[in-house]
Every structure is written in C-alpha cells, then in structure tokens.
Design a protein around this ligand. Structure first.
Ligand code: URA
Length: 208
C-alpha cells in the first residue's frame, strides 16, 4: 500500500473497522464479545503499541488499554513524553477472550490479518510488542519473551515477507499487566522504552 496522508489513513482504518472487523465472525471469540475493539490513536503514528486482546473494560468501552493495565500503559507513554493521541494502540485479537484468557494460536492466526492491514496503513517506524503473544505472533517465533525483550528486531519477519508490509523496528517488552503483578520488572521495560525513544529521536529525560 502506498503512503497515505493522515486523513486518508484515518479513513482507510475506519473502512477496515466498519466493513471488515465489526461484523467479523471468523473465530469463536465473536460469540462472547460486547463489541470489537479495533484500535485508537494517530492514523500515521510513528509508534504503535500492540497488546494481546481486549479485557472486560475494553470490551465494555470499545477502546484498547483502558483498564488497569491500560492506565499503566498511558503512564508509560507519558514517560516517553508522548500522549495516547500521538501513538496508535491496538491488539492482536479484536474480541475479548472469555475470562480474559490468553487468545489461542488459531484465534491469533485468524485475527492477525486485520492487524497486518492496520500496520500497512499506519506505516509506523517502531512497533512495541507488549508481552509474549504479541511478540511471538508479530515475529513468528516461539522464543520466550524473557529472551526477546530489550532487543530490536526487524519487522516483518521472513515468514511474513509475502505480505509486503512496510519495514519497521520492533521492540518486544513485557506487558503492563505483567508489570502490575511484577513491579520489579519496570526498570527493564523503561530501558526498552528509552531505546525506542532514541530511535524516534525523542530526548530521553536525565535520571533523577
Ligand atoms: N490487555 C491487552 O493486551 N489489551 C488491552 O486492550 C487491554 C489489556
């Protein structure tokens, strides 16, 4: 897909949502949803965050990352000197898995073409994959998140080359829900986010 202006990209994202995602019944997750959760933010954001799937709050509000983990993500974005409006936030799966379980491999495989179409429109410079399911799906790997985190990877991986997606640098890091349970890992994630800031040309605040 050619480069679109922000207005054209917003319209293309809106069409993808309304014409394809909202009515999707390609996997079993559709039967438990209140609504699909497509994504929010700037349609030509340089930075895109990809999580796992909507939870109860996201399913109720139709917006990704608005619950407790989302509030932490919003603070992480603020620490990067950015706002939610300046980045784009979405998930691998667009419907809430029952009981907030991890989406299954086949659910992620069925839903990820929507994410790839979002990425083709957004053309971000950097993708931050939040947690194991996002990182492993986007990189087509089974490597554990503990090994992946902190190192930039090339996106798309060779296994997705046929999709001809625009190239981006991908930073795998821990999911904010994990950080709520394991606050001791916050410094590692902050290091990863600072690496992202450097690639985006953002000034990293001095240590206090
Ligand atoms: N966790 C996710 O992975 N995505 C959301 O949208 C909310 C919580």
């Amino acid at each position: 897909m050619e480069e679109l202006s922000a207005t054209e990209a917003a319209a293309a994202l809106g069409r993808l949502d309304v014409e394809h995602v909202r009515g999707c019944e390609k996997c079993r997750l559709h039967s438990g949803r209140t609504q699909t959760v497509f994504g929010v933010g700037h349609a030509r954001a340089e930075l895109v965050f990809v999580g796992e799937g909507p939870g109860a709050d996201e399913d109720a509000q139709g917006e990704p990352f608005v619950g407790r983990a989302g509030q932490l993500l919003t603070r992480m974005i603020a620490a990067m000197t950015l706002t939610r409006d300046q980045v784009y936030i979405c998930n691998i799966v667009k419907c809430r898995p029952p009981g907030n379980r991890t989406p299954s491999d086949d659910e992620m495989e069925t839903c990820s073409p929507y994410l790839f179409r979002q990425l083709a429109i957004l053309r971000p410079k950097v993708i931050v994959a939040l947690g194991r399911p996002a990182a492993q799906t986007l990189l087509m790997t089974k490597t554990p998140i503990t090994k992946l985190r902190g190192q930039f990877c090339d996106f798309p991986p060779p296994g997705l080359a046929h999709l001809r997606l625009p190239a981006a640098r991908l930073m795998p890091t821990y999911h904010p829900a994990y950080l709520l349970r394991n606050p001791a890992s916050k410094p590692e994630v902050w290091e990863d986010l600072q690496s992202v800031m450097r690639v985006l040309g953002l000034r990293v605040p001095p240590r206090r």
